[in-house]
Design a protein around this ligand. Structure first.
Ligand SMILES: NC(=O)c1ccc[n+]([C@@H]2O[C@H](COP(=O)([O-])OP(=O)(O)OC[C@H]3O[C@@H](n4cnc5c(N)ncnc54)[C@H](OP(=O)(O)O)[C@@H]3O)[C@@H](O)[C@H]2O)c1
Length: 404
């Protein structure tokens, strides 16, 4: 990849997440990093370049494959925030495969990524191109948190991991782009496709036994270990599929978490009533998304693309992920990942930018196997990304859990 003009190019840079990513890169890029903002609107890009001092700008439109080839050929890493990805992302990834360019994005659209796996995994794996979707809040904390727990169990105790249970407590808002993506997924039927608990697994990792232990939470229950009420979690249908794909890809490389590994994810609540209300709220949202008149109402009342929580709300947000891992012997590990800032914007932007910087600046230190393909944060970037995130402000704790 020598001779490329930029180390990192940020596509979708003029959107809500993209603008914040450009500011993040302007503050955190390694000295000397050559990076560009890219999108379809030159005037907006010029303003953003002036504000962030990006090294360059590239005009490219997701509907114009020739511009995408030029975009991908001019950079070592393409980081994309141009969603809905099922609507605009396919040709961008195709251009990256053609131009042998590493790629990261912040999609949470599992059905779209299933299509990428079918179309590009084999070719990208053979060519050693890293295509790493899910580098936002979906699904970096879940995927790297699980890798951390399973690595601890393997390194300290030499054992397989039988189970990881993860739970989120968070404070944050939604951007118009996220809402547009959710509505698009509902309209196209992709939300329904995303119900498949093993959607992202290769066929050899989709046995009946694996399916039986991969269940989406529906219950509200008291967790005596974390001492909170657990309820269904809105993003679990994304994160669980990603963690399972990581385990399957690692198993193929001889480094799986364990033959009986199971992962589940929940939301944490202080009271049973709050947990039950969240469960009910998610069911109502699901019904509303299935019906065009209620989708139209959500579209009218929610934020428009380009908008999102204001600066104060982004500042005020927070996320904490707690994981409990069980080794094959029954010994337990607990881990916590915590960050301040709105999960859908601040945390997402930090994860994406650090992923792009890792691909650009530390490619030789990334996990060697698998060396390419449609990967996940855990398989494409591994613990190196967690180290970078810790240096960037993510708080991480891990240790054995001794039951009282
Ligand atoms: N994984 C996570 O945790 C997470 C968190 C937040 C967001 N997201 C996802 O990230 C995506 C972006 O969210 P957002 O709030 O930033 O959305 P947004 O503000 O609507 O931004 C979308 C971007 O796509 C660009 N775009 C639209 N059509 C294009 C085309 N034909 N060619 C090139 N660029 C085009 C827009 O350009 P213009 O400025 O010219 O309109 C804009 O820059 C959504 O899919 C959302 O679901 C994921």
């Amino acid at each position: 990849m020598a001779g490329r003009r930029y180390d990192v190019t940020l596509f979708g840079a003029t959107g809500f997440a993209g603008r914040q990513a450009a500011r993040y890169l302007s503050e955190h890029a390694t000295p000397g990093l050559l990076w560009a903002v890219a999108g379809r609107n030159r005037a907006k890009l010029e303003l953003l370049q002036a504000e962030t001092h990006a090294s360059g700008l590239v005009v490219a439109d997701a509907d114009d494959p020739a511009t995408l080839d030029e975009l991908a050929a001019g950079t070592r890493v393409l980081a994309s925030t141009a969603g809905p990805f099922a609507h605009r992302g396919g040709p961008v990834v195709e251009a990256c495969v053609r131009q042998r360019t590493d790629y990261a994005d912040i999609t949470g659209e599992t059905a779209w990524v299933r299509g990428l796996v079918d179309r590009h995994h084999a070719a990208a794996a053979a060519a050693g191109i890293r295509l790493v979707p899910f580098c936002g809040f979906d699904s970096v904390p879940s995927d790297l948190g699980t890798l951390l727990v399973a690595s601890f169990i393997r390194d300290r105790w030499g054992q397989d991991t039988r189970r990881v249970s993860a739970s989120f407590a968070l404070r944050g808002g939604w951007s118009g782009g996220t809402l547009a993506t959710l509505l698009h997924s509902a309209e196209t039927g992709e939300l329904e496709v995303g119900r498949d608990v093993l959607l992202l697994n290769p066929p050899e990792h989709a046995s009946d036994a694996e399916r039986a232990r991969s269940v989406d939470r529906d219950a509200v229950e008291w967790d005596p270990v974390r001492r909170v009420w657990l309820a269904p979690f809105a993003m679990a249908r994304v994160n669980t599929r990603v963690v399972r794909r990581s385990n399957a890809l690692l198993a193929a490389a001889g480094r799986g978490y364990g033959p009986e590994f199971a992962y589940e994810e929940a939301g944490e609540h202080r009271t049973r009533a709050a947990a039950a209300a969240t469960r009910l709220g998610l069911k109502i949202l699901e019904r509303a998304l299935a019906w065009e008149p209620s989708r139209a109402l959500i579209r009218r009342l929610g934020p428009a693309p380009g908008e999102g929580p204001p600066e104060t709300a982004r500042e005020h947000g927070a996320v904490r992920l707690r994981l409990v891992g069980e080794a094959a012997s029954g010994r337990l590990v607990r881990a916590t990942l915590a960050a301040s800032g709105d999960p859908g914007s601040r945390v997402t932007v930090m994860c994406l930018c650090q992923a792009a910087l890792a691909l650009a600046m530390q490619r030789d230190a990334l996990p060697r196997s698998p060396a390419g393909g449609v990967l996940t944060p855990a398989t494409g970037l591994g613990l190196l990304l967690l180290d970078r995130l810790e240096a960037a402000g993510l708080q991480i704790e891990i240790g054995p859990l001794v039951r009282a």
